[in-house]
Design a protein around this ligand. Structure first.
Ligand code: NDP
Length: 449
């Protein structure tokens, strides 16, 4: 019988050996293992059934060629993936990312994280992630359409409303989801909720677009309340100006916080008095409809734009990391601590490096980990699936109330498992243990499969 206690270093060296050259996946697993191994060691059934070893191995990985023709008649070849990580508690669910730097390493880290996040939502959702090294930037609508159709021509064999339900992520918004859904429908001859983030005319849910950002702010609000602080009046910096960042900024402003900096991959803008409503709507239009650069905003409103300075350099009380993985490193963490930042919320997936997360938590900065803070997006995707299967549509008010309630429940689970006597709640430990328990118990119940 295999019941000797798990050791973090031994576990990680085995994982690295089995998954060489995958630093992002190693980092995501290490962050979870640091929290759950002490918990597992108090529960011999998890050790005996090798639950953590099984949870760090995806159920399956599908990789495929995606050929398409560009506007000049040249044939282009990209690579597509779907990593179906774990379906112990529900059908596979997770976004598709289109980015030229995408690798299997990124998708394994994202799929692994998704396992815990989806478990925390309290909804019956398994975990997956997928995408392609296709770069939608600079492509015409027709090129994006031809790529999406070719991508779905293979992907449709592996997904389904009760099997695997993809959504958007970096580089995949409403336009891409619509093209992919059109192709799925043509191939399968079925109108079913196989993708989320769809248009409102064909089964999409209200507030899906806003859900990750709004949920991020609802979670942070709960976390601050738990520690007798409040968002109203706080100076906030937000990285990114994509889906998550824009609606994080919108909800922050609605709750009376001041958004003083935003960014995109070319640089950051600084608004010392805080962004106003007109500027926010201009920015949303720039990014969602005109696919423009943040420098155009700076030029239009005459504010500071800096290619070299990240948003973390501007003194703030709350920092929202909403762009991409590993965008906030140890030096950034030190700057935030020095400037008196009280809370860091991960709107993006794994935006803080492990060293940055340790430094912030060590200095007493409240830290909202991605799998809890950004779970609002997948939660509303889960609600979109429910509406699709019931053939009805809920109102904005109904959905926002449900999202708010889910974020509160996620917060309570984090507090329950991350409570520290006399200190701030350890939300990383709380989210990891709560997410782990539900999936692990389901896996135990199934036996060895
Ligand atoms: P978008 O593509 O809409 O936006 C991404 C933003 O991040 C853009 O402003 C982009 O700038 C910026 N960015 C991307 N790469 C870099 C980089 N290397 N350095 C600096 N800035 C960068 O993506 P989303 O908002 O959908 O996703 C953002 C993050 O949130 C990702 O980690 C994603 O996995 C996570 N997430 C998203 C959810 C969703 O519902 N959309 C749900 C849960 C998590 P530019 O425009 O210049 O490229």
């Amino acid at each position: 019988m295999f019941t000797s206690k798990l050791d973090l270093n031994d576990f990680m060296s085995g994982l690295v050996k089995r998954n060489p050259y995958e630093p992002d996946f190693h980092q995501a697993v290490e962050e979870v293992a640091e929290s759950v191994i002490p918990f597992i060691n108090q529960h011999p059934e998890y050790i005996q059934e090798r639950v953590l070893e099984r949870m760090t191995e995806p159920d399956r990985i599908v990789a495929f060629r995606v050929c398409w023709e560009d506007d000049d008649g040249h044939i282009r070849v990209n690579r597509g993936y779907r990593v179906q990580f774990n379906n112990a508690i529900g059908p596979y669910k997770g976004g598709l990312r289109f980015s030229p730097s995408l690798t299997l390493d990124t998708l394994k880290f994202l799929g692994f994280e998704q396992t815990f996040k989806n478990s925390l939502t309290t909804l019956p959702l398994g975990a997956a992630k997928g995408g392609s090294d296709f770069n939608p930037k600079g492509k015409s609508d027709r090129e994006v359409m031809r790529f999406c159709q070719s991508f779905m021509t293979e992907l449709h064999k592996h997904i389904g409303a009760h099997r695997d339900i993809p959504a958007g992520d970096i580089g995949v918004g409403g336009r891409e989801i619509s093209y992919m859904y059109g192709q799925y429908k043509r191939l399968e001859n079925e109108f079913q909720g196989v993708l989320t983030g769809k248009g409102l005319e064909f089964g999409g849910s209200l507030i899906r677009k806003e859900a990750t950002g709004y949920g991020n702010v609802f979670f942070t609000e709960e976390l601050l309340r738990e520690h007798n602080l409040e968002l109203a009046g706080m100076r906030c910096v937000v990285s990114g100006t994509g889906n998550v960042a824009l609606y994080t900024a919108q909800k922050l402003m609605a709750l009376g916080a001041r958004v003083i900096a935003l960014s995109d991959s070319s640089g950051s803008i600084y608004l010392p008095e805080g962004m106003n409503a007109e500027q926010l709507y201009w920015m949303i239009d720039l990014k969602e409809n005109r696919r423009g650069r943040i420098a155009e905003f700076a030029e239009h409103f005459g504010c500071v734009f800096n290619e070299q300075v990240s948003v973390w350099q501007y003194p703030c009380q709350a920092a929202f990391a909403c762009a991409t993985q590993n965008e906030l490193d140890l030096d950034d963490a030190k700057t935030l601590i020095k400037n008196g930042c009280k809370v860091v919320a991960e709107g993006a997936n794994m935006p803080a490096t492990l060293k940055a997360s340790h430094a912030l938590r060590g200095a007493g900065v409240l830290f909202a980990p991605a799998k809890a803070a950004n779970a609002g997006g997948v939660a509303v995707s889960g609600l979109e699936m429910t509406q699709n299967s019931m053939h009805l549509s809920w109102s904005v008010e109904e959905l926002e109330t449900r999202l708010h309630s889910i974020m509160r429940k996620i917060h309570s689970q984090c507090v329950e498992h991350g409570h520290v006597e006399g200190g701030p709640v350890d939300y990383v430990r709380g989210a990891n243990i709560a997410g782990f328990k539900k999936v692990a118990n389901a896996m135990l119940a199934y036996g060895v499969v």
